[in-house]
Write a protein that binds this ligand. Structure first.
Ligand SMILES: [Zn+2]
Length: 406
């Protein structure tokens, strides 16, 4: 959907999702090869100029990135030039216990004191934290008893969740207790979003309803809340994060509903999006021209990658629990270069509160009682995030060093 992002197809069907997952894993394995070719090209160019000793040589041009078609996918399980972190060794240092493995394809660790259970599956591009899927740039790899996660995923997607206070203190961004929330009810005016004609549901009305409920709940907890729209009007995508910035809000939460599948489909679930780090494709990306074109573009939102991860995880967890979205229905924390997230000058997420056309979820979404549950979930996630940031802001001498990685 163009209203979300032109960099990836939105609201894809479960069948497309499955196919896209496979594509994502395959394409992910291509990245290191492309990177290798890219670096090789760089080195060759430098050596050639140096060896020539030609002071009048024209400036070295950046090497042309090899076309994707040249790269061939690396065979499964072959070592890849991706810097990885040994999850087992890291978790052991943090006091996690490795749970008995039901199959060689999975592993799970538990830390009672931290209240965390981590599960991984070989070759899957996600890691489960207390049942919530955290989508990764690269798949989990396994060899023998060693489970490896890409360092970039460990740093950006996992560490902020496992050690939020230390991560925030080391983020280089001044920490203050977030007290001003900007809520962005998606769509509006002639942009109605997705709909369910049979149930007379229109996304633009549902998002405003949920946003007003969240606003009410947060104001009762002492938050200041600003909305991108308080009525049925069209608001340009770029105007939404811009308004949040002008308002001086501490965080940005865009509220949407999903429209995947045809009317009457059985698809259900909750998911939360954050901006991918620079150079990382969107989750389930088809790596189309648009996604490629913006892959390395720096955006203001990149400054908050660790904060985004924490905010997204807190909201996704609370929202999924409130909506009773467990198992596959907890679709997790995903990454997408969405138009409202790219320019955000503060931690920002976009939540998808369920599938409006779904035979299973549509009737629930139609009830005020369910929308109140969704609102409570979003509000609880924001309050949990506020507590975490407040904890990090509390003076405790020097910031704690990050847990040592392997
Ligand atoms: Zn939407």
């Amino acid at each position: 959907m163009n209203f979300h992002d032109n960099a990836m197809p939105r609201h894809t069907s479960p069948r497309t999702q499955t196919s896209a997952n496979g594509m994502g894993a395959l394409a992910t394995s291509i990245i290191p090869l492309i990177l290798t070719l890219f670096l090789a090209g760089t080195q060759t160019a430098c050596v050639t100029e140096a060896e020539a000793g030609n002071s009048t040589a024209r400036p070295i041009q950046p090497p042309q990135r090899p076309p994707v078609a040249v790269a061939k996918p690396a065979p499964r399980h072959t070592p890849q030039p991706v810097i990885t972190v040994d999850l087992g060794a890291t978790f052991a240092r943090w006091g996690f216990t490795l749970l008995p493995q039901p199959t060689p394809e999975t592993a799970a660790w538990k830390n009672q004191a931290l209240g965390l259970k981590i599960e991984v599956r070989r070759d899957k591009s996600f890691i489960l934290v207390n049942g919530t899927r955290i989508w990764l740039a690269s798949p989990i790899s396994a060899g023998g008893h060693r489970w490896q996660i890409a360092r970039v995923d460990f740093d950006n997607a996992l560490l902020p969740i496992l050690a939020p206070v230390a991560t925030l203190r080391n983020s280089g961004i001044p920490i203050r207790r977030p007290a001003h929330v900007f809520l962005d009810p998606g769509h509006g005016g002639i942009d109605i979003g997705c709909e369910n004609p049979r149930l007379r549901l229109r996304e633009k009305e549902l998002t405003l309803d949920v946003a007003n409920r969240v606003k009410h709940l947060l104001e009762r907890r002492g938050f200041r809340v600003t909305l991108s729209r308080a009525r049925d009007v069209e608001v340009a995508l770029a105007a939404r994060p811009a308004a949040a910035r002008r308002a001086g809000a501490d965080l940005f939460v865009s509220i949407h509903f999903n429209s995947a599948g045809s009317p009457g489909s059985q698809v259900v679930g909750i998911e939360t999006f954050t901006l991918p780090p620079r150079g990382q494709f969107s989750t389930h990306s088809t790596r189309n021209a648009s996604d490629q074109a913006t892959l390395h573009t720096p955006y203001p939102g990149h400054a908050f990658t660790h904060w985004n991860t924490i905010l997204a995880y807190k909201i996704q967890n609370a929202l999924a629990a409130a909506a009773n979205a467990t198992g596959p229905a907890n679709r997790g924390v995903k990454r997408a270069r969405l138009a409202v997230l790219r320019p955000a000058m503060m931690p920002a997420v976009l939540v998808e509160c369920g599938f409006v056309p779904s035979n299973l979820e549509g009737p629930k979404i139609a009830t005020p009682a369910h929308r109140e549950k969704l609102a409570r979930g979003i509000a609880e996630g924001i309050i949990d995030y506020q507590n975490t940031v407040a904890n990090a802001a509390r003076p405790q001498g020097k910031p704690k060093p990050l847990p040592q990685k392997s």
